[in-house]
Design a protein around this ligand. Structure first.
Ligand SMILES: C=CC1=C(C)c2cc3[nH]c(cc4nc(cc5[nH]c(cc1n2)c(C)c5CCC(=O)O)C(CCC(=O)O)=C4C)c(C)c3C=C
Ligand SMILES: [Fe+2]
Length: 432
């Protein structure tokens, strides 16, 4: 084994390194291969490259590397990173083998990128386009996670996967007041790339898309510029674009018992291959920001049932005080109004129902017709059964005071399989 491949920079993180090995489908760079030799590219010493054996560095506090392999995929229980790039793809080939091979190459590329390495296969051939697009060179791994999911449409008759369809992966019912755009909803495959650096997240999606040339076509994509949830008590609660702390009473993803009860697919699922995975519901929700910004503070607080400045429930003083849904004010009205978002969504009022929220703020700029801001929440939530979302959204869609200020634009439901064991890949995992 050659010298330590870790190339630390002055601020403690790893710099991105080049990987040599042949992977790829649509780009014609040969069959998928296990990670081969690694050329480390030392940006702090003028670009000296060192061949190494390509073993994974162990994740530690300072490495900014989230383990790619394990019982669960990264990007679900991982403390929510600051940035997101999310894409859904349609499979365009009818060749099952090509799809499997692409998924194998994606897993190897994803593993390399999460370690801060370039997409494997770049031999520096001057006559060919580089395999890795290059914009993440010199950047730290940024806690990149790449989480794959599959939509119900992938399990139709095209690839012989009907017998492997997870039991709860089916079209969601029509929900109150929703008119989702089908063209920017759903998809055969989704990829959620989260990182603390937006360029690292974008690079991951761009390079998977490139590896999938001729096999998949992008269907929709969204950039999330700020997390709107905490998934660990170690994180400060961020604010959403309405200015409210969001994620205060989210699931603590470090709590294995709670995750087992509400998030991870378990023994109830007949399809063994997705046990340890999770269902992912996405919703692109536009906030009517100009309208919201004209609303008075008292009403804004009543919409959520929380104080804007502190994030405390209207029945408490501090952010993490437990809401008292039975408390009344001096005029005899409920202190947390009957149509307040948190009253309707709280587990106390929904037979203990909980979901792991992992959403991001997005903006699509300005509406050219109205001149209004187009922005809001890319709601992402993980759960062991999509009925958890359906139950909540039926109530919220019908009664939530927030509905006056939001509009659900598009959405999707995907199953995210469990994590990969050493030597496994997404192609073999899906096709069995
Ligand atoms: C179907 C599920 C949910 C959708 C859709 C949803 C949209 C949505 N939420 C906010 C802002 C906040 N949500 C908060 C709490 C909260 N929201 C949901 C579910 C959905 N939200 C749940 C289950 C909860 C937790 C309720 C509880 O246990 O008390 C909060 C309060 C702070 C917090 O606990 O996170 C805010 C703020 C927006 C802006 C939005 C759509 C644009
Ligand atoms: Fe909410």
């Amino acid at each position: 084994m050659a010298a330590d491949p870790e190339q630390t920079n002055p601020s403690g993180g790893l710099n991105r390194r080049r990987v040599l090995s042949g992977i790829g489908v649509g780009l014609g760079v040969g069959a998928a291969a296990a990670a081969g030799s690694v050329l480390t590219h030392d940006h702090d010493t003028g670009g000296r490259a060192t061949a190494t054996g390509g073993t994974a560095p162990a994740a530690d506090g300072g490495s900014q590397i989230v383990a790619f392999r394990g019982p669960h995929q990264g990007g679900i229980a991982t403390p929510a990173q600051d940035r997101l790039c999310f894409a859904a793809f349609d499979v365009t080939t009818t060749d099952r083998g090509q799809l499997q091979q692409m998924l194998t190459s994606w897993a190897l590329a994803a593993e390399a990128m999460t370690k801060g390495l370039t997409v494997p296969g770049d031999a520096g051939d001057l006559e060919s386009p580089p395999i890795d697009t290059g914009e993440a060179e010199g950047l730290k791994p940024g806690n990149l996670t790449i989480t794959i999911g599959y939509g119900a449409s992938l399990f139709d008759s095209r690839f012989g996967l009907a017998g492997r369809r997870p039991s709860q992966l089916k079209a969601l019912p029509q929900l109150p007041k929703e008119d989702l755009d089908p063209g920017s909803s759903d998809g055969d495959i989704c990829v959620q790339a989260c990182a603390d650096d937006p360029q690292v997240a974008f690079h991951a999606i761009r390079n998977l898309r490139r590896l999938g040339t001729g096999v998949v076509a992008p269907r929709w994509m969204e950039l999330g510029f700020g997390r709107t949830s905490s998934t660990s008590p170690a994180q400060a609660t961020p604010r959403n674009l309405m200015g409210f702390k969001d994620g205060t009473r989210n699931i603590d993803a470090g709590d294995a018992a709670v995750m087992g009860d509400h998030v991870w697919i378990g023994a109830e699922e007949p399809q063994h291959w997705v046990r340890g995975g999770s269902y992912l519901v996405s919703r692109k929700i536009r906030m009517l920001l100009e309208q919201w910004d004209r609303d008075n503070l008292n009403d804004q607080q009543n919409v959520f049932g929380r104080a804007k400045a502190s994030g405390a429930p209207l029945t408490g003083k501090k952010e993490f005080d437990t809401p008292d849904f039975s408390a009344k004010d001096a005029s005899g009205d409920y202190a947390i109004p009957m149509d307040a978002h948190v009253r309707l969504a709280a587990p106390e009022n929904n037979r203990g129902l909980r979901i792991l929220r992992r959403g991001y703020s997005f903006t699509d700029g300005i509406d050219p017709v109205t001149g209004q801001l187009v922005g809001g929440l890319l709601f992402l939530a993980y759960m062991k059964n999509p009925d958890q979302f359906v139950t909540l959204q039926r109530i919220l869609g019908a009664h939530d005071a927030l509905n006056e200020y939001i509009k659900h634009l598009s959405g999707g439901l995907f199953v995210t399989p469990p994590g990969l064991a050493p030597g496994a890949d997404w192609g073999a995992q899906l096709f069995g």
